[in-house]
Design a protein around this ligand. Structure first.
Ligand code: OGA
Ligand code: MN
Length: 215
């Protein structure tokens, strides 16, 4: 069982010094495998929707930019497994506020499924319609991922679409944290289905946030 305090300290240090951090065993297999199974079941029952770009009135599906499918986690009725994840994120949120004074009070998240070949072009997670996002947290839910299967998260350390970058393979249990407004990133196409639980720590207090899918 990975030590929560150790993982939180590692991510806090990395976020504070470099603006991103990777915790390879943030969740043990016994925790992420059931979440992955549940996500596949929800997908099979048609609960995922095409992801889009923009929010509210400016929402549109833009397959040339991203062609994943998402299912928002409803904070008022999470599944039992999702609730455990929300509790784990709450612990990390408190650790980050304590050490980095980030002032994050909310969390919004969705499951994301990239079909084989699907991608998400380079983007920032904090933009005019989502200026409340401070820290992006991406948890991976994939078995036995190998480098040849593609699907890396490419985190740009300087300018968008230019080196240097760091590629993170979407292996089950890995958590990537980065500053939403400062790290351009892309999802490279994969040869197989790729599942993640993508969320954002926000400046909004819980209960004050709209976590419904935009459509
Ligand atoms: C996103 C995103 C990354 C991933 O949904 O904004 O960048 O690895 N996802 O799933
Ligand atoms: Mn993103």
């Amino acid at each position: 069982m990975p030590d929560c305090d150790e993982a939180d300290a590692l991510l806090t240090e990395a976020l504070g010094s470099r603006g991103f951090g990777v915790a390879p065993d943030f969740l043990p297999e016994a925790a992420w495998r059931p979440l992955a199974r549940e996500a596949r079941g929800l997908h099979a029952r048609g609960r995922f929707r095409h992801a889009g770009v923009g929010r509210g009135a400016s929402f549109r599906v833009a397959p040339e930019i991203r062609n994943d499918a998402v299912l928002w986690i409803d904070p008022s009725s999470p599944t039992r497994l999702q609730r455990r994840w929300l509790e784990r994120v709450e612990r990390l949120r408190l650790a980050l506020n304590r050490s980095l004074y980030l002032g994050v009070f909310g969390y919004e998240a969705h499951l994301a499924r990239f079909a084989p070949g699907a991608r998400y072009q380079t983007h920032l997670d904090r933009f005019s319609d989502a200026s409340h996002r401070v820290v992006s947290l991406v948890l991976y839910l994939n078995d036995d991922w190998t480098a040849e299967e593609g699907g890396a998260l490419r985190l740009h350390l300087g300018e968008a679409d230019a080196p240097p970058w760091e590629d993170v393979e979407p292996r089950g249990g890995t958590l990537v944290a980065f500053l939403s407004g400062e790290r351009p990133h892309a999802v490279l196409p994969a040869r197989r289905e790729r599942l993640s639980l993508v969320g954002w720590l926000t400046t909004r207090a819980a209960g004050d946030q709209r976590m419904r899918a935009p459509r």
